[in-house]
Design a protein around this ligand. Structure first.
Ligand code: ADP
Length: 418
């Protein structure tokens, strides 16, 4: 267990906090006269059980932090459920000795103190949890003599988010370095081969490829940050699924044609979801591009749109491709995670496509699932809330049979995946 306390006077920040705290305390009786008075109250408190000042209990009950009030005898008068669950309090005792010492100091001089400490939480398998604490006197309030309030905020999640951000910046820098390094090297090679027109052409083509990789990466980074900024979609409007499919297919038809991959659409007509048209098209396009990139030539990709059973519209993309090993299924939605980095690079992937899909679904209050078998293909399904009028069993819509349409003509005669 470690505690780092910002005691008054320890640093400029701490001093500033200390004086602000003193000012706050002064307003609530922090003058020396008030302190003497509090001393008197403390004596009285030792003789008779202290009660919580009126109103404090209801204020504490709405705080999200773990909150504890200790009296002048170091007894816990009130503790929130979280404080007990984290093991900070047992019975009427504060279980973290540093915290109890901090409470005593605060009671002595009336200064608000802040600190950070780590404590193993028995309930969570002894894992260490870090807390930011703020300890303040509840002095000056009638009947509140010697009472100290301890607020402890669980920092685990914010630390995890910081770590994810740091990793993301490190990974992004690394991903950007690769094509930039390749471009520098190719430029040098071209200089050296200036007299060989054929070599210059070859290396210039490679430079174009790397520049395209860089463009894709930057574009995906912009898309990702744009989605994260709008989570959840601020102004969802009705988006016909037919339009999403038509647009997404338009944008990857050429890639499919180039590899002889047939695109088939099994369509339940007339479905509309609520959301952002561009983002939904981007999500479906990413799934389609992956289906094409990770499938052998002359196979089939089937897009299905249908009404789900729980008020969602479903959009699925099934391929007959290489599939995804089970151990990787959980991780493929992470930024920059690739099952086979060399293959992803060869197909021009940025490693961000599925992270974008996941965030688009989160922004729509929807979700994405994947089923896959190595060597047999993958099916990704997007679930997006339907427009409210379409939720339920609207007779006209449910009775319409699905239609099947071929979206490109590759002459491909393979069976659609089951
Ligand atoms: P990438 O740009 O590498 O394709 P994605 O985030 O789109 O990045 O996908 C992450 C990884 O998931 C890919 O590198 C690939 O290994 C795997 N993957 C995604 N879609 C498919 C698919 N349809 N078939 C097989 N593997 C896939």
């Amino acid at each position: 267990m470690a505690i780092r306390t910002r005691a008054p006077g320890a640093s400029a920040t701490a001093r500033a906090r200390g004086s602000a705290a003193s000012a706050a305390t002064a307003r609530s009786g922090g003058s020396s006269a008030a302190k003497r008075a509090r001393g008197g109250t403390r004596l009285r408190a030792a003789q008779q059980p202290t009660r919580l000042p009126p109103g404090i209990a209801s204020v504490l009950s709405v705080l999200s932090s773990s909150a504890v009030v200790v009296d002048s005898n170091d007894r816990v008068l009130r503790a929130s459920a979280a404080a007990r669950a984290f093991g900070l309090v047992k019975g009427d005792r504060l279980m973290v000795s540093e915290l109890a010492a901090l409470a005593r100091q605060v009671r002595r001089d009336g200064e608000i103190r802040e600190g950070e400490f780590e404590v193993p939480v028995p309930r969570f398998g002894g894992r260490t949890t870090s807390f930011a604490v703020r300890v303040a006197p509840l002095g000056g309030t009638v009947g509140g003599g010697g009472l100290v309030l301890v607020l402890a905020e669980d920092q685990t999640e914010s630390r995890r988010v910081d770590e994810v951000k740091r990793d993301f910046v490190a990974n992004t820098s690394h991903e950007l370095k690769t094509p930039v390094g390749a471009l520098a090297l190719l430029a040098e090679t071209i200089e050296d081969a200036a007299d060989d027109a054929e070599a210059v052409r070859r290396f210039a083509a490679k430079m174009r490829q790397e520049a395209q990789r860089l463009t894709n990466l930057v574009q995906d980074l912009i898309t990702l940050s744009r989605i994260q900024a709008v989570e959840p979609v601020p102004d969802p409007h009705p988006v016909p699924l037919d339009l999403v499919v038509a647009e997404a297919v338009d944008r990857c038809r050429m890639k499919a044609n180039a590899r002889g991959i047939a695109l088939t659409w099994v369509r339940s007509p007339g479905l509309s979801v609520l959301g952002d048209e561009d983002l939904l098209i981007t999500a479906l396009r990413n799934l389609l591009e992956n289906a094409v990139a990770y499938s052998p030539e002359r196979t089939r990709v089937v897009i299905t749109t249908k009404r789900g059973s729980d008020g969602h519209g479903e959009l699925s993309v099934a391929d007959q491709g290489i599939g995804i090993p089970e151990r990787d299924l959980e991780r493929i939605f992470e930024r920059f995670y690739r099952v086979d980095p060399a293959r992803s690079r060869a197909t021009g992937g940025t490693g961000l496509g599925l992270a974008i899909v996941k965030h688009v679904m989160a922004a729509h209050n929807g979700r994405v699932t994947v089923r896959s078998a190595e060597g047999a293909g993958s099916t990704f399904t997007l679930f997006v809330p339907l427009r409210s009028e379409q939720v339920g069993t609207g007779a006209a819509l449910t009775r319409e049979p699905p239609e099947t349409a071929e979206l490109n003509s590759t002459g491909n005669a393979q069976e659609a995946p089951k």
